[in-house]
Design a protein around this ligand. Structure first.
Ligand code: FE2
Ligand code: FE2
Length: 200
């Protein structure tokens, strides 16, 4: 049943094309929200390292991602500063809140790890999709190039998270769960509606 028009990274629901037009007119909100996405990505990798220090491969793969996400955070800060804007307070992240509700709690330590890794992979995949849209539509050439670079970087992270999940749980289990989560993520995105002042 591959009749469905699949697009980047296996996501089930493409972003509404009108999103970027609204996003463009809310650039300050988008940049602030984006900065916090990078901060959360770094924090999430740090948490995984602290929770699973015995897993050498995980520690080895995620440590450089922490540094990379933090450098993204600094670069978004620079884009804000360039425009005379401040970081401002973090806004409620409904997307991540809703995603964390579909993540299964309990089970073995490895199962919990798989859930966390897949949640990270989902966020990376959706961010990557949004960066691609921003790259293609933002008229500011410098900013567009930045989004292009991020699109590539987050695609790499997405792969890393998925591969790591397969290191600690059987591939079939991971892929079944991944497909379930992709469907749930699509429902979440649909439910959130169109918000041009948020990355997700
Ligand atoms: Fe990033
Ligand atoms: Fe990332």
């Amino acid at each position: 049943m591959e009749a469905k028009d699949k697009f980047t990274l296996g996501l089930e629901l493409p972003t509404d094309p009108r999103w970027v037009n609204i996003a463009e007119t809310h650039l300050e909100d988008i940049l602030v929200d984006h900065a916090y996405c990078e901060q959360k990505a770094a924090s999430s990798c740090i948490s995984l390292i602290v929770l699973y220090p015995e897993k050498d491969l995980l520690v080895e793969r995620l440590s450089p991602i922490v540094a990379e996400e933090w450098s993204h955070f600094e670069r978004v800060l620079a884009e804000l500063r360039k425009r005379g804007w401040s970081l401002g307070r973090q806004r409620k992240d409904e997307y991540v809140e809703k995603l964390s509700r579909v993540i299964q709690k309990g089970g073995s330590r490895e199962q919990q790890l798989m859930e966390k890794l897949l949640m990270n992979a989902l966020i990376e995949a959706r961010s990557c999709e949004r960066f691609k849209i921003l790259w293609k539509h933002i008229p500011d050439q410098e900013l567009a190039e930045f989004y292009h670079e991020l699109m590539i970087s987050e695609a790499g992270h997405y792969k890393n998270f998925l591969q790591l999940a397969k290191e600690y749980m059987p591939e079939e289990v991971v892929m079944n769960r991944w497909h379930e989560l992709l469907e749930q993520e699509a429902e979440i995105v649909k439910g959130l509606g169109l918000r041009g002042d948020r990355m997700h």
